[in-house]
Design a binder for this molecule. Structure first.
Ligand SMILES: [Zn+2]
Ligand SMILES: [Zn+2]
Length: 407
């Protein structure tokens, strides 16, 4: 199968290119350049009608969608939540845990593993799997959070890491991103294990100091979850350390060029100047856009469980963001396409850099960028086509259309 995308604006790593076309062959990107004078006779021509061709989005921090949380722990929930994000242009994702019991997390890991195996089986052309985004592995996010930074997660599901427990998680072979608060007893052993398993190691829901971050960095920690949310600040460290005041996770990430981080750019968590500041300080190679989206994506306003439905840990969606009963923020209800639009309309960050932060940068940080994350020759033909208003129109996986906007 050969297809040729033309008549639009191609969002490349280096910038937005007009007057070029993209040719895909057997599911991969084969050519980017001027329209060739001759084409193989069976080539399918796809006009972008002046809109954009962007790499499919990559979400490294996502909890659910369309009524399902990955922590519901069933194959149905994993598939449906993933599909919901595919329709928003996400072609690669990492289902993300919450705090929960050992058993609940094992169920989520096993169900995700089964879905990945079914999706990637060589004979899997069945309808139930062909419209799933690529699931590259799990983000083990909870349960190793600091109790004073637990956010909207259950406190009861929060604990310190032990080798015995974490060994079982890593033995599933599907954990690719591993979060642990750096100040917890047992964090060092956890980071060593995550490092041996080739994970992107991240520190989140943490009240750690510069010194604790630096010790974690020596063990391979390279990323911090949702910058400014559920993380330490100079002020939050005062009760732990007194005077002199201590530098926090924020100063550590901003000053260390190897560290990456992510922002929830839904317009509700962070103001435009904070997003622009994070980009200005870290650059588009070290800043990711994440959805941190809960199950209320594409659902009416109302009450939803955050994490496993059975835990009845209620949050409230007003259609723009999730909130706790006390009025605090409780993750987003939007997918990455909304984040991209929001950053594009509220900041002066160049479009190709915004797209990079939602595709190539998260792909690089998680080690999947040789296959996906940008429109480059040799990579998989995973695309999202966007209107001039950056609305998702079509989604392609391996050059095959898997979603089309109903107009
Ligand atoms: Zn969080
Ligand atoms: Zn989250």
């Amino acid at each position: 199968m050969i297809s040729l995308f033309h008549n639009g604006q191609i969002i490349l790593e280096s910038g937005v290119a007009s007057n070029v076309c993209v040719i895909c062959r057997e599911g991969h990107i084969d050519y980017i350049g001027p329209m060739p004078s001759e084409l193989p006779p069976q080539t399918e021509l796809i006009s972008l009608q002046g809109g954009y061709l962007a790499p499919g989005f990559v979400d490294i921090h996502v909890h659910g969608g369309r009524g399902h949380d990955f922590m519901d722990g069933t194959e149905l929930a994993i598939r449906e939540a993933s599909r919901a994000h595919l329709q928003h242009g996400v072609t690669s994702l990492f289902p993300t845990c919450t705090t929960a019991t050992h058993l609940q997390i094992m169920q989520m890991l096993r169900a995700t593993k089964r879905v990945i195996e079914q999706r990637d089986a060589p004979d899997s052309n069945s309808k139930s799997h062909s419209d799933l985004p690529r699931i590259h592995g799990v983000h083990l996010y909870g349960p190793y959070f600091a109790e004073d930074k637990v956010g909207c997660h259950t406190k009861s599901g929060c604990r310190i890491p032990t080798v015995e427990e974490a060994v079982e998680y890593f033995a599933t072979g599907i954990i690719k991103i591993a979060t642990c608060a750096a100040e917890l007893e047992g964090a060092a052993d956890f980071y060593r294990m995550a490092s041996r398993n080739g994970c992107l190691i991240t520190c989140g829901h943490s009240n750690s100091s510069w010194g604790e971050m630096d010790a974690a960095f020596q063990l391979g920690m390279r990323h911090v979850d949702h910058f400014w949310c559920a993380m330490s600040s100079v002020v939050s460290l005062r009760p732990r350390f007194g005077f002199p005041m201590q530098a926090s996770m924020a100063e550590y990430v901003l000053s260390n060029p190897e560290m990456s981080t992510e922002v929830i750019a839904d317009g509700c968590h962070l103001s435009p100047e904070l997003i622009r500041f994070a980009w200005q300080m870290k650059g588009c190679h070290r800043l990711c856009l994440v959805s941190d989206c809960n199950r209320a994506l594409d659902m009416p306003s109302g009450r939803y469980a955050f994490g496993d439905q059975k835990d009845e840990n209620w949050i409230y969606s007003d259609g723009t963001v999730g909130r706790t009963q006390e009025g605090g923020l409780a993750s987003s209800v939007m997918a990455l396409d909304s984040m991209v639009r929001n950053v594009a309309t509220s900041t002066d960050i160049p479009l190709h850099e915004i797209i990079r932060m939602a595709s190539l940068t998260p792909a690089e940080r998680t080690g999947i960028a040789t296959q996906v994350g940008s429109i480059s020759v040799g990579k998989k033909a995973d695309f999202v086509t966007l209107s001039n208003q950056l609305e998702v129109e079509h989604v392609y996986l391996s050059g095959r259309i898997v979603h089309k906007l109903d107009k």
